[in-house]
Design a protein around this ligand. Structure first.
Ligand SMILES: [Mn+2]
Length: 331
């Protein structure tokens, strides 16, 4: 596999990042343009322009477009890992999923169906780019199915301000507050192998943490990161080792001062270097290596609240960090 031809990037010294017409995530080729000898791609990235699952401010349906735009400046060489991402992984942009924007439940089905058919289901990993967090369910379900329904459900590495395990909100079971409770119910996610990092309040009621507590979810709050957070994360990672896991990244784990473009902002969040550093420290935490990531998403970027594009730019770099973790495991 190491000698197989990889997908290629335009040369930025000859083809400027601000040119080239329609843009794709990080300048990766469109999936339909990938030559046969470079297939199957290792990761297909696709947008999910859906935000009907929000409980507060709408607008993340424009997230994939904004992230594609800002991602033109994501470069492929990772300094800290000494890793040239595109020498290791074949990467492509699969475009946007169709959506059912008047029904969250129907949307979950439509996106799952799309995701099931992207790339080579036996080989290609999926990264969904939101959209609101409800879309995580669809990408997790497709990942779970494409992997032959791993016994006991997937593990989950979850970055977020919120636990997203609310049963019903305003009569809706499929909103962005509920993807993980639905995934547990459907056997896709094992809550005992779920780690939620960056959780912070205030919350609506103390009961909002009950589901996580009662089902064995490991929570590391934002406050806790400064205390025993490293220890708890290290223990979780050591126990998980190389078991297959899914990574979901809600951009609202960052502080609204540095990532204003999101719909349910929660103050006191991570600074960019803290979030990136948490991901980088995963490189050796899982029994000496990076986590065995089999699918991922980055969600909740809301461009209308992001006048400088800094939130979308940050999201694009989070995507890069996640892909680098997978590449590290194949080096
Ligand atoms: Mn969330």
């Amino acid at each position: 596999m190491a000698d197989a031809p990889r997908t290629t990037l335009p040369n930025p010294r000859a083809n400027p990042r601000f040119g080239g017409g329609a843009c794709t995530f990080c300048r990766y080729p469109r999936l339909e343009d990938v030559p046969k000898e470079q297939q199957p791609v290792d990761w297909a990235l696709y947008g999910v322009p859906f935000d009907s699952g929000v409980t507060y401010r709408p607008g993340t349906r424009f997230g994939p477009r904004a992230i594609r735009d800002e991602s033109q400046y994501v470069k492929p060489y990772h300094i800290e890992h000494d890793l040239m991402l595109t020498d290791i992984l074949s990467l492509a942009d699969a475009g946007d999923s169709p959506v059912a924007n008047f029904s969250c439940e129907q949307n979950a089905q439509v996106v799952t169906e799309f995701a099931m058919g992207v790339g080579d289901p036996a080989h290609t990993k999926l990264m969904a780019v939101g959209g609101d967090h409800s879309i995580a369910y669809a990408n997790m379900k497709a990942t779970f199915e494409r992997r032959g329904r791993p016994e006991g459900g997937l593990a989950l590495l979850h970055f977020d301000s919120h636990v997203d395990t609310v049963d019903v909100t305003m009569g809706e079971k499929w909103s962005h507050a509920s993807p993980f409770i639905r995934a547990v119910e459907d056997g896709i996610l094992n809550p005992k192998k779920m780690l939620s990092i960056g959780i912070k309040g205030p919350l609506n009621t103390p009961d909002d943490l009950n589901y996580a507590k009662e089902h064995g979810v490991t929570i590391v709050t934002r406050e806790q990161l400064a205390r025993d957070g490293d220890e708890v994360i290290g223990k979780f990672a050591g126990d998980l080792a190389q078991a297959p896991c899914y990574l979901t990244f809600d951009i609202d784990v960052f502080d609204p001062s540095v990532a204003p473009g999101t719909g349910t902002p929660s103050v006191g969040g991570l600074l960019p270097h803290e979030g990136l550093s948490l991901l980088r420290r995963f490189a050796k935490a899982f029994a000496g290596g990076p986590p065995n990531i089999i699918g991922a998403d980055v969600v909740e970027v809301l461009p209308d609240r992001d006048p400088t594009g800094c939130t979308a730019l940050l999201a694009a770099h989070v995507m890069f960090e996640i892909l680098c973790l997978d590449a590290l495991g194949r080096r």
